[in-house]
Structures are given as structure tokens and as C-alpha cells.
Design a protein around this ligand. Structure first.
Ligand SMILES: Nc1ncnc2c1ncn2[C@@H]1O[C@H](COP(=O)(O)OP(=O)(O)O)[C@@H](O)[C@H]1O
Ligand SMILES: [Mg+2]
Length: 339
């Protein structure tokens, strides 16, 4: 028989919250569909579930931990004070308190959030990454001559394509300077500029701690984007339904990949997962060029878990119903050894 657990579902919020705030209206909106889906699944699995959303006040979490004393925290909090680079700090707090939680620990979150350090680690282990340069705020903006246009200029530590638009794709030093300056000054972020890898955009979902399951590969297709145009999962490409329709952008299962290529992608993704010390579950984003050469773009520990997003869709194709997937994530969270 499955053990009934006390589970605290931990969310982030973009405005201040209170400890017993009624979130029922939010949970009906599209923005909160992951939270709603996970809550429903945890209840369906028979657990005793409470939830808390935090904005910038860890004291709320302390209070809740005391009053509810959960066996496990289902961690869906991936920003703090509207800063998505603070996900690791929330988890550090849980680790310091010796609490069991789902998903990735602070080291994995830190390594993956930093788009430069993650690439240095993988490059050292001979996994292909785009050549890149990091330009922190305050440093002179210059392109190393070895970096060849076109380049993609991105915030160094961001998520969900914040700060990524068609203007991120640059072909001249002037465009390069302008975009770097924009990210420094308007977005308040350091910069990573990477060589643009033309190719198919693949998303690989991985579940596990030591033994890993790799689910069927998803792809973002750019059906109506002309062949010679850059194909980038910009902010609009991810979140603007109108825009997606206009350019024929669609997330689907990757078709027509050679079985040997699939096996090699799966192996590479497992190596990436371990090298970046990811726990729980993650989605690895890659580019595959016309010669079937695979490039790492980024790893997303704790990827969006909504039932209709890539991770759960891939798991479903592998035979896991949504509650079964949530059950596995819970079990992994209970078993993970955190230092
Ligand atoms: N070096 C690159 N070459 C080609 N496309 C890239 C490259 N880096 C990023 N992209 C495109 O931009 C998207 C967002 O970049 P990513 O680094 O994943 O940022 P985020 O963390 O915001 O998702 C990618 O999904 C891909 O479409
Ligand atoms: Mg990404």
C-alpha cells in the first residue's frame, strides 16, 4: 500500500503573500496551471496536501513548516522577490533545515542557472557546446575575434526566454554592442554571447537521481519561419499564442530521427544530467545540426510540470500517467540525499 504523506506544495508568487492565503482564484488561471495540476495529482494520490506561496518572506515558510510539519516539500518555487536566479537559495534554506523536497538541490540549480559555468563543465568533458564569451556588467564590451557571427546574446542567468528576442540574434559588432548594453542596462543582467547553432531544437526530459529514465524527445518546430531566418525560442515564441500561430511554432514529438542518433542523444543527456549534478527531473535543451552534431544549449532542472507541457507530455508517451509521474517525483524527493 502506498504511504500517505503530509506534503507541502511550495509555490512562488510575484507579489507579497500571507501564510493561509486563499489561492483558489489564482489556481484557476493559466499562469498557475502547473501548481493546480500538481495539487490535483497529489490529492489523487491520497496525500495530505497543503500549499504556500512565497514572494520575499522566508518567515512564512518557517511558520508553515512549524504548523504543518510536512514529510516532504513539493518544490515549485523557482523565483524569490521576482528574481529567477534565487531558486537555488530557497532550496539552500530547505537543505539547511534537513527537509526532504522534490527536484534539484542547490548545487545543480546553481550550475544550470549559470549558462557559462555549465558550458565550461560540459566542454571540459567533451560535450559540444557553442563557443561563447561572458560579459559581466562593468566590463568593456568587446567581441573576441575567435567568436564568429551570427551570435546569440543572452542574459547569463535567466529562464523562460526572458530577454530573448529576434534582436538577440546579431550579425555585426554594432548590433552586438547594442544588445549587450541593453541586457546590462535594461535587464540588469550579465551577458553570455554564444555562436548561433543552426539546427533542430530538441527538448529531452530526464527523470531520476542515479538511475535515469530518458523520455521520448520533443522538438519545437518553426513551420512557417523561412529557411534562411534564425529560429529562436524567443519570449514571444514561448508565451504568445498569436505569434506562435503566425509563425507555425509547435511543440511536438521529434520525428524521423535515426535510432542511433536517438541513442546517442539519450546517452549524452544522461552524462549532462550527472555532470551538472541534477537531481529529480530536468529537461535538457539541445540543437542538432544538419550533420547530426549535437550541441548543448541549457539544462533546466525543475522544468515546468504542467500536464500539457513538454516534460509531462514526454513522460506520458513513455507510459507514465500524470499522477504516476508526480508519484515518482515524490519518491525521488524522499530518497535524495542532500548534504
Ligand atoms: N547558441 C545558440 N544557438 C542557437 N539557438 C540558441 C542558442 N542559445 C539559445 N538559443 C535559442 O534561444 C532559446 C532560449 O535560450 P536559452 O539559453 O535556453 O534561454 P532560457 O533559459 O531563457 O530558456 C533556445 O531555446 C534556442 O531556441
Ligand atoms: Mg531554455
Amino acid at each position: 500500500m502506498k504511504k500517505k504523506l503530509k506534503i507541502l506544495a511550495l509555490f512562488d508568487a510575484i507579489t507579497p503573500t500571507t501564510v493561509d492565503q486563499d489561492l483558489s482564484a489564482e489556481l484557476l488561471t493559466d499562469d498557475w496551471k502547473t501548481e493546480a495540476n500538481v495539487l490535483a495529482a497529489l490529492k489523487e494520490l491520497g496525500h495530505i496536501v497543503e500549499h504556500l506561496a512565497i514572494f520575499d518572506d522566508l518567515d512564512l515558510l518557517r511558520q508553515k513548516l512549524q504548523s504543518f510539519a510536512p514529510d516532504l516539500i513539493f518544490n515549485l518555487a523557482d523565483q524569490f522577490k521576482n528574481n529567477r536566479a534565487f531558486d537555488q537559495n530557497i532550496v539552500s534554506f530547505l537543505e539547511m533545515h534537513g527537509l526532504a523536497f522534490t527536484g534539484c538541490g542547490s548545487t545543480g540549480l546553481t550550475l544550470c542557472k549559470h549558462k557559462g559555468i555549465s558550458k565550461k563543465i560540459l566542454g571540459y568533458h567533451r560535450i559540444d557546446v557553442p563557443d561563447f564569451v561572458m560579459i559581466p556588467r562593468g566590463k568593456r564590451i568587446a567581441r573576441p575575434k575567435r567568436l564568429k557571427f551570427p551570435l546569440l546574446v543572452k542574459p547569463l542567468k535567466e529562464e523562460a526566454s526572458h530577454g530573448i528576442s529576434q534582436a538577440s540574434f546579431v550579425e555585426t559588432d554594432e548590433q552586438f554592442r547594442d544588445r549587450v548594453q541593453f541586457i546590462h542596462e535594461k535587464l540588469g543582467n550579465d551577458v553570455i554571447a554564444e555562436e548561433y547553432i543552426a539546427g533542430r531544437e530538441l527538448y529531452v526530459s530526464v527523470l531520476g537521481n542515479h538511475r535515469l529514465q530518458v523520455f521520448p524527445i520533443r522538438e519545437l518546430v518553426f513551420r512557417e519561419v523561412p529557411p534562411d531566418e534564425p529560429k529562436i525560442a524567443t519570449y514571444k515564441a514561448k508565451w504568445d499564442e498569436e505569434y506562435r500561430k503566425r509563425w507555425g511554432l509547435q511543440n511536438q514529438f521529434a520525428e524521423g530521427l535515426d535510432p542511433a542518433v536517438i541513442r546517442s542523444i539519450e546517452q549524452t543527456c544522461k552524462r549532462i544530467y550527472h555532470l551538472l549534478t541534477i537531481d529529480g527531473y530536468a529537461r535538457v535543451d539541445l540543437r542538432l545540426n544538419a550533420n547530426n552534431e549535437l550541441y548543448f544549449i541549457e539544462a533546466n532542472p525543475n522544468p515546468i510540470l504542467a500536464a500539457d507541457e513538454d516534460f509531462a507530455q514526454s513522460a506520458a508517451r513513455a507510459g507514465l500517467t500524470y499522477p504516476q509521474l508526480i508519484h515518482q517525483i515524490v519518491q525521488l524527493g524522499l530518497r535524495t540525499v542532500r548534504e
